[in-house]
Design a protein around this ligand. Structure first.
Ligand SMILES: Nc1ncnc2c1ncn2[C@@H]1O[C@H](COP(=O)(O)OP(=O)(O)O)[C@@H](O)[C@H]1O
Ligand SMILES: [Mg+2]
Length: 147
C-alpha cells in the first residue's frame, strides 16, 4: 500500500488533489488521524481534484457539508457524533451508497458502515517535520504513477 510523506500543507493538498482525479461516483474516502493530523487539509485537495471551486472549511457545527464538483462531494465530519443512532438521523447510509463521493473525517466512528468494495482509507500521522500518509485500498497502478 502506498505511503507518502508530505513536508507542507500544500504538499498534502496536492497529493489529495491528484488522488481525487481518478475517483468515481460512489467512492468513499475514510480519513484517520488525530486532531491536527491534516484530515481537513487533505480533504481540501480532494475537493479541488473533484472540481469543487468553493473553499472547503473545517465544519464547526455541521456534520455534513455538500459541495458541487464534477460529481457531488460530501464532506462528513463525525467528530461530534455521540451515538450510532445519530448515523440514522443524519442519513449517513444514504450518502455512503449514493452517487457522490464521501470524504469522512473520524471515519473510525462509522467503521462498520463503510462499504468494503468502494472505501479507500487514508491514515495520517504527524512526523517531526511533515506528515506520513498511508493509503489503503487504492489502485496500485495509479499509486505508481504518483510516486
Ligand atoms: N504536511 C502537512 N500536511 C497537512 N497539514 C499540515 C502539514 N504540516 C503542517 N500542517 C498543519 O497542520 C494542521 C492540520 O489541520 P487540519 O487539516 O485541520 O487537521 P485535522 O482535520 O486532522 O484535525 C494545519 O494547521 C496545517 O497547516
Ligand atoms: Mg478536521
Amino acid at each position: 500500500m502506498p505511503v507518502f510523506e508530505t513536508e507542507s500543507p500544500e504538499a498534502t493538498i496536492r497529493l489529495g488533489e491528484r488522488i481525487a482525479r481518478g475517483l468515481k461516483p460512489g467512492a468513499v474516502v475514510a480519513f484517520y488521524g488525530e486532531l491536527g493530523a491534516g484530515k481537513t487539509t487533505m480533504i481540501k485537495g480532494f475537493a479541488r481534484g473533484l472540481g469543487v471551486r468553493e473553499m472547503v472549511k473545517s465544519p464547526s457545527f455541521v456534520i455534513i457539508t455538500e459541495y458541487r464538483g464534477r460529481i457531488p462531494v460530501y464532506h462528513i465530519d463525525l467528530y461530534r457524533i455521540k451515538s450510532p443512532a445519530e448515523f440514522t438521523e443524519i442519513g449517513l447510509e444514504s450518502y455512503l451508497t449514493g452517487d457522490g463521493v464521501c470524504l469522512i473525517e473520524w471515519a473510525e466512528r462509522a467503521e462498520s458502515l463503510l462499504p468494503p468494495a468502494t472505501t479507500i482509507r487514508v491514515k495520517l500521522q504527524v512526523l517531526p517535520a511533515g506528515r506520513r500518509i498511508e493509503i489503503i485500498g487504492w489502485s496500485e497502478g495509479l499509486a505508481e504513477e504518483l510516486q
